[in-house]
Design a protein around this ligand. Structure first.
Ligand code: PMT
Length: 309
């Protein structure tokens, strides 16, 4: 497995802005490790990774994820006093933007005359809250956003973050809600130019993406608290798969969710048993992440206490 992981990274196209990412990351971690005796830091991953089919990519395979879970969880972690590294797929849902219309830029604003722009009264409150909350989180140093698109970018960035967080030890957490590709086209066997059409069906052989959870736990950040997710569309196999993942990857909990009900309920699977977490149906403004993050933060506190014994 270690060979597969090394060869995945060796053959990946290098990150274009690695220096800049590292600089921002280290500055963020330094700021938060030294502020008021040190804040807890969580890396929230969000959105789906793409698998390019051509090096000069025109076509790609995508993984489903709107980014809602990651965005809502990030807001809740910030509220709970965490510093959040939000590793997200470009173009997916962002923290504090969930109550804005689909195309906020075009739908939120109006021109009373040619030289002025103003927010529509109907969206005023939502825009005000979104701008204020996001600016406060960034100004307090509680939110660092890092975008990715491909599986190559995602896994290289996850490794950078995990390695950078190593010294934060048990005060760091990984909350892996991104939908990560299981299959990919290795860079070296990928055609450079756009695949030509017109010569009948296309056969592509996809290699398996090595699971990075084991190496994250054992090498990159062994002391971090680690939460992974399990998504299935068949509820009959969900719990079995989540329990298996808990044992196999030795994460601290697996959040099991089914595609069609993921916004209503999830099950947190851990060695202390399974806990069903639901959205509060009688409250229209409630999200399943409100209760989920409360539980995860609690578990993280226990983990920190135990790691000092
Ligand atoms: O974004 P939303 O629309 O709100 O939806 C949220 C969600 C359904 C995407 C989210 O709740 C969720 O379940 N995310 C994980 C989906 C997923 O990729 O599951 P998986 O069974 O393929 O992977 C399980 C775990 O293995 C994940 O934590 C993943 O980070 C990890 N993994 C996956 C592939 C891989 N090659 N290496 C990995 O480490």
């Amino acid at each position: 497995m270690e060979d597969e992981i090394s060869s995945f990274f060796e053959s990946s196209p290098p990150l274009k802005n690695m220096e800049e990412i590292l600089e921002n990351l280290n500055e963020f971690i330094k700021l938060n490790s030294s502020s008021q005796g040190g804040r807890r830091i969580v890396c929230v991953t969000s959105g789906g990774t793409t698998v390019p089919l051509e090096q000069r990519c025109v076509r790609y395979i995508d993984n489903f994820s709107s980014g809602n879970r990651g965005a809502a969880s990030t807001e809740n972690f910030v509220k709970a006093g965490y510093a959040v590294i939000f590793l997200y797929r470009r173009g997916t849902c962002q923290p504090y933007c969930r109550s804005l219309p689909d195309d906020p830029f075009l739908e939120c604003f109006e021109f009373p005359d040619k030289t002025n722009i103003q927010v529509h009264t109907s969206h005023l409150e939502a825009v005000k809250m979104a701008v204020m909350d996001q600016q406060a989180a960034v100004a307090e140093g509680s939110l660092l956003k890092l975008p990715f698109s491909t599986i190559y970018e995602y896994l290289q960035m996850l490794r950078l973050i995990a390695t950078a967080l190593k010294d934060v030890g048990p005060y760091s957490m990984f909350y892996l809600a991104a939908a990560v590709s299981d299959f990919y086209v290795p860079w070296k066997s990928m055609t450079e130019h756009k695949i030509e059409s017109g010569s009948g069906p296309l056969d592509i052989r996809l290699a398996q993406v090595p699971k990075m959870l084991s190496v994250l736990r054992s090498n990159w950040a062994p002391k971090a608290f680690c939460i992974s997710f399990k998504l299935e569309t068949d509820s009959k196999i969900l719990m079995e798969k989540a329990t298996k993942a808990l044992r196999k990857y030795k994460v601290h909990a697996v959040v099991a969710n089914e595609l069609s009900t993921r916004k209503e309920e999830v099950v947190v699977v851990s060695s202390s048993g399974n806990v069903v977490v639901k959205r509060e149906c009688d409250k229209p403004e409630s999200f399943v992440e409100d209760n989920l993050i409360r539980l995860i933060v609690d578990r993280h506190s226990t983990y920190i206490k135990e790691s000092h014994n």
